[in-house]
Design a protein around this ligand. Structure first.
Ligand code: MG
Length: 226
């Protein structure tokens, strides 16, 4: 029986998803950037800079994150290129972290679009099946309330949970418990490495300042700033 469970929550194509959610939910645009070949990158007119995030349809053209825009526009002439909006991303990230706080008071942000949720003391009450169901519920709530999808990796420590979240994407929940490693990962990583945990850098400052209380959802949160 596990003493604790760890969920690793990772937004799928974060910059692209957040821009798409904002444009459809707030601006009322009909076209969803996630459904067409699109990327977040440098200057759209000058076509310089690199790809920071891409949609799944863009991925099908072989477009890679970090690739020069000039190159990806050759691969896909109809590609939609939008500029990054970092203030929007910080606000969307804050919204995500506040939602996660409803599930646990132990949230470890790892980057602007990733965090671990530590769930301790559930072992006596709930088994793995219920905890995996909880992860599915969390994933659906994020999608329904905030308008973007995440992958959630479920395990008993930070590293295995993060590895689980890297399996097929998007909008998925995967487990990676100790006895599943060989089957799901092929090779058995060093046990000492897997069980070594250190405090993680927060990677994102300022989200603590978002007021707590009733949850307004991304729409209300973003509307208040635009
Ligand atoms: Mg991500």
């Amino acid at each position: 029986m596990e003493k604790r469970f760890v969920f690793h929550v990772d937004v799928n194509s974060a910059y692209l998803s957040w821009s798409a959610a904002y444009r459809t939910c707030i601006l009322g645009e009909k076209k969803d950037l996630r459904a067409v070949p699109s990327v977040v990158g440098g200057d759209q007119e000058k076509r310089h800079g690199i790809v920071l995030a891409k949609s799944i349809p863009a991925k099908r053209f072989g477009i890679q994150t970090g690739e020069p825009l000039v190159s990806v526009c050759r691969k896909c002439p109809d590609l939609i290129v939008i500029p990054p909006d970092y203030s929007l991303y910080v606000r969307a990230s804050c919204a995500l972290m506040k939602l996660l706080e409803r599930y646990s008071d132990q949230i470890i942000p790892y980057s602007i679009d990733e965090a671990w949720v530590i769930l301790e003391g559930f072992g006596r009450l709930y088994g793995r099946e219920q905890m995996v169901n909880l992860a599915w519920q969390m994933k659906e709530e994020i999608r329904d309330r905030l308008g973007f999808t995440v992958n959630i990796g479920v395990s008993t420590n930070l590293l295995l949970a993060k590895m689980a979240g890297e399996f097929s994407k998007p909008d998925r929940v995967h487990t990676l418990f100790e006895e599943e490693i060989e089957k799901k990962c092929g090779r058995f990583p060093s046990r000492s490495f897997l069980w070594q945990e250190r405090p993680c850098p927060t990677g994102l400052g300022g989200w603590e300042s978002v007021p707590s209380g009733s949850w307004p959802g991304l729409t209300a949160l973003l509307s208040g700033h635009n």
